[in-house]
Write a protein that binds this ligand. Sequence first.
Ligand code: UDX
Length: 433
Amino acid sequence: MKLCMIGTGYVGLVSGTCFADIGHTVYCVDKDEAKIEKLNSSQSPIYEPGLDELIKENYKANRLFFTSNLSEAVNKSDIIFICVGTPNKRKSLSVDLKFVYQAVKDIKKVSKGKKIIVTKSTVPVGTGDQIEKILKNSKKFTVVSNPEFLREGEAIRDFKYPDRIVIGSNSSSIFKTMKNLYSPLINKGSKFFTTNRRGAELIKYAANAFLATKITYINEIANLCEKINVNVEDVSLGIGSDLRIGSRFLRAGPSYGGSCFPKDTKGLISIGEKEKVDLSIVKSVVKSNENRKKLILNKISKILKNKIKNKKVSILGVTFKPNTDDMRDSMSLKIIPYLIKKGAIVSYYDPTGEKKEFENLSNCNFYMNINDAVKKADLIILHTEWDEFKSLNFNSLIKKRKTSLYDLRNLLNTEDIKAKNLEYFSIGRPKIN
Ligand code: UDX
């Protein structure tokens, strides 16, 4: 089939490339001509493991095209996916849909024939209805919801092996067309699930809010574990082995971040407020996650015995999760400015390089390697669980210097860090020395 992806961010570019990789012809459109130029020289503007190669392969096979010419792409395609950004509005919880509605108006202006318009971006319940109104309920267009569930850093795998494909429409012929579109994945065992359009729109929000709830729940249990000398990883395993609970997304950490959980939990609350339904659990999740940030900062102060001025603190990993360069809502955006404000000297290392978010901070330096970053550190904070940190030899790293290590991801096994001069702290696990 011939597809048009409007927007070449995480969702549009990964989905478009993967659709090409399962045999479709895909036109990826973006208004940002520099981005399109980069893509046409086979350079991905986003950091996503495996994406560069997949783009090159499908571009070479003439299945994947990049253009700023919306009219050409729309009129060559049967199905048009809207994959533009849907950020929170600056001063409220609600979602800013200006990019979505602009894309719809652009499609309406240039489209010459019958089209299926699919919202793949995360959009509030009822957005499909609003889109139909913009299209003046024209018979030329059918509006469908098909939310994505891609995780950054695992997006290609999540596209190719989805737990489920969700289609929201009220037309059986649409279900047939979309089933045909996704048949290579369905034939490999992915569930194909249909509901009405609002149902599909809500499933996306409800899924992300539930995952954020799971994480927040184990984070609060971790707080209790620290008080009663219990290992939160045992609790996570002990409850997660119950198939009704499930073991994934039960890893305690510094708080959830990223481009979706913070945005979508607030977006869902806003939908509840609009419909006068009190989503008290989701509200408490957002509040708990915010409180956790303060709790982690207080713990850092305590580890430094509230004497932060002139202390050397080294941060290993600053992105919101591993295998991405995305800094959105990363806990490091709270930790580093806090330490600098308190007079610390901060060094940091991240496999994806220096971050613009910290470039204007005095006494904050990026290092290209771990050794230099941790030199003379009073405190090392393991912030992001990159694989390369799993096998660090702290004895050789810290040598004779008495150093504290705060492992925000419980990445290190307590046996691994029996380093003489190292005082080890983690999340929800009994202290070992
Ligand atoms: C999420 C959803 O997982 C995905 O389905 C949706 O399409 C987009 O949002 P993403 O934000 O890329 O994906 O990353 P994810 O792996 O879900 O992690 C989100 C946050 O939760 C990160 O800050 C991560 O560190 C944290 N997390 C995740 C935990 O603290 N513990 C866990 O067990 C899992």
